[in-house]
Design a protein around this ligand. Structure first.
Ligand SMILES: NC(=O)C1=CN([C@@H]2O[C@H](COP(=O)(O)OP(=O)(O)OC[C@H]3O[C@@H](n4cnc5c(N)ncnc54)[C@H](OP(=O)(O)O)[C@@H]3O)[C@@H](O)[C@H]2O)[C@H](O)CC1
Ligand SMILES: [K+]
Length: 579
């Protein structure tokens, strides 16, 4: 399923009308019908399944202003909807929806935010048709028009769509505030008015819908927070614009959920297996994770890699920490790495000198293991030569580095050698990302030619990588991820609600699975383990990352449903159990 910007939508709209020859009126007619159908669905749910239809005797007309007849009052006691219409084509959709609702037997009023004379083109044509059908149209262009909100059963928001720019002006803003305050269910046409269609940012006045009918394609703002929350339940209505057009125009962003995963990713999300295969078919991955105080991170990521379907999983760990891995699953192999008594044998002389002084730190990160930065005698990861780890990875199908690794003096230089010498596909997560973030020259680090590399930061780690505040990243997650992936030639998985997976070639997958219960320690380790498993099974890096994110969210959703305590009681281990 494609996800478009306003600009892309306008282009597809124009191509459909001008090149394919479907008139704009037809598109708007289809839009209006789809919106009306959603209203009928909402009314049916609220009204206990009768579709919210008024009696056959009713003429379905209403007038939600000060005057009304007894007959109309009785209709109001059933379903009576108010359509808020703006000046543009979003408003035109509203007029078409109002007519279809009246045809279905509901009582309907349209409140128009501009004087009717200001309507143009197809919107004006739809308004004229609605008027001939007898749809009452109230002039709400002056602030303070006394709309009697209590008379209505629900509201259609057709004020602003993809043509909106900046915060809603008056009287739009007042209508939005009053609609929200009414407590009535709101069905939004295309996007909630007041939401930025491209980023999902919301203005002070923004419709809070229970559902949104996205016309033709999802808009980016509908799959980014906070817009996704304001939109409520989103359905995509085909209105005549062919999907192939989006493909032909190389729309880069796709939405991945249970319905769309196979088509969006171009692979079987169930990972069906051919009968004549063996464990060698499914890769041998290396997981470099865990330290004395965070041994669980290693267990979780390696455990997820096993459930992800890898033929073999080896857990690389400093040899002195091996006893801590005694409770690992029996299927998990251990790859103990010898620790060197020489602290800086792997470093250049400059780096070795720096090892005795504290590292530059813009942002703090955990340093609570025996291999911590302050320890005089190196042990744990600090004493493992990076080239030994890279050498071990050479015979593996993919490596994950980072979960629970801890921090130590000169760890950034340590990671740089791992980064530059690891030839197999690489997943970089957690502490390894924080090490990279402290490099002043990270973009100059040279990965072996053609190595697929996946970075999996949460917004805090992304903030450290970019040196900008987390809030700025959250304001445009898709744009941030696209830019980073292109600039650094990596697959970037920006975690969070609606996780964004951006590929260096510009393609993007937005994830539609998962729940807030997954915001729990260790869930990221599970994701990283799952992604490296899929990468090691030979999937292209972008698809491995996006499928991992999708499967991780789907497992989290199943786990949350099974927990008697619901999502809040979810543990990372519960996610592995559902993989
Ligand atoms: N997807 C499709 O192919 C179809 C989409 N349809 C619907 O059309 C809208 C987009 O329609 P458009 O006319 O481009 O835009 P809007 O309806 O959003 O309205 C834009 C006008 O509103 C005014 N405006 C802009 N920003 C603001 C604001 N912040 N506050 C108040 N008013 C604003 C502006 O007019 P001005 O002259 O006042 O500046 C704009 O002209 C799309 O979302 C779908 O719902 C069609 O159904 C056809 C197919
Ligand atoms: K709208």
């Amino acid at each position: 399923m494609f996800v478009v910007t306003s600009e892309e939508m306008r282009r597809l709209d124009r191509l459909t009308i001008e090149d394919i020859g479907i008139p704009a009126m037809v598109l708007m007619e289809n839009a209006g019908r789809a919106i009306a159908q959603e209203v009928l669905r909402v009314a049916a749910v609220r009204g206990g399944g009768d579709g919210g239809l008024v009696s056959a005797e009713s003429d379905g007309r209403s007038q939600g202003v000060e005057h009304s007849s007894n007959a109309v009052d009785s209709a109001h006691r059933r379903e009576c909807w108010l359509v808020l219409a703006g000046k543009g084509n979003n408003g035109g959709d509203g007029f078409a929806a109002a007519r279809h609702l009246m045809e279905a037997g509901l009582a309907v009023d349209v409140a128009l935010a501009v004087p009717a004379a200001e309507l143009e083109g197809v919107a004006a044509a739809q308004a004229a048709i609605a008027a001939r059908f007898g749809v009452p149209c109230l002039d709400a262009s002056a602030s303070g028009v006394p709309l009697r909100w209590e008379r209505y059963s629900g509201i259609v928001d057709a004020l602003l769509g993809t043509g909106a720019a900046g915060p809603p002006r008056e009287p739009y803003a007042a209508l939005i505030r009053a609609a929200n305050a009414s407590g009535l269910p709101i069905v939004a046409a295309d996007i909630p008015s007041g939401m930025d269609a491209d980023t999902g940012a919301v203005h002070a006045a923004c419709i809070r819908a229970i559902s949104t009918v996205a016309l033709a394609f999802l808009k980016r703002g509908l799959v980014q927070h906070p817009g996704a929350e304001y939109a409520g339940q989103v359905t995509v209505a085909p209105i005549g614009i062919p999907t192939s057009l989006a493909r032909g125009e190389n729309v880069p962003v796709r939405y991945v959920n249970a319905q769309t995963a196979a088509a969006a990713l171009g692979i079987d999300p169930h990972r069906s297996r051919a009968a004549d295969t063996h464990k060698g078919t499914y890769g041998h991955v290396l997981v470099a994770a865990g330290s004395a105080s965070m041994i669980g991170a290693g267990l979780l990521s390696a455990g997820a890699a096993l459930r992800g379907g890898s033929g073999l999983v080896s857990w690389a760990l400093p040899a002195s920490l091996s006893p801590l891995a005694v409770n690992r699953p029996p299927e998990l192999m251990l790859a103990p790495l010898a620790e060197s008594p020489l602290p800086s044998h792997h470093l250049t002389p400059d780096q070795a000198a720096a090892a005795t002084s504290p590292p530059r730190s813009r942002f703090t990160a955990a340093a609570d293991s025996p291999d911590s930065r302050s320890s005089a005698v190196p042990a744990g990861w600090a004493a493992v030569p990076p080239q030994a780890l890279a050498g071990l990875a050479a015979s593996r199908s993919a490596m994950l580095i980072g979960p629970g690794l801890g921090r130590w003096a000169c760890d950034t230089a340590w990671l740089r050698r791992v980064w530059e010498e690891t030839r197999c596909p690489l997943v970089v997560d957690a502490d390894a990302l924080n090490m990279a973030a402290e490099a002043t020259d990270f973009s100059a680090w040279k990965a072996p030619e053609g190595r697929p590399t996946i970075l999996t930061p949460h917004p805090g780690e992304m903030s450290r990588l970019l040196g900008i505040p987390t809030a700025q990243i959250q304001q445009d997650r898709i744009g941030t991820a696209i830019r980073y992936a292109k600039e650094h030639g990596v697959v970037l998985v920006l975690k969070g609600a609606c996780t964004v997976t951006a590929l260096p070639d510009g393609r993007v997958y937005i994830n539609g699975t998962g729940n807030p219960g997954m915001a729990t320690g260790g869930a990221g380790d599970v994701l990283a383990g799952l992604i490296v498993s899929l990468l090691g099974q030979g999937l292209p890096a972008g698809e491995a990352a996006a499928l991992g994110v999708y499967l991780h969210g789907a497992a989290g959703d199943r786990a949350a449903q099974l927990r008697p305590g619901g999502p809040a009681s979810l543990l990372a281990g519960d996610i592995i159990a559902q993989l």
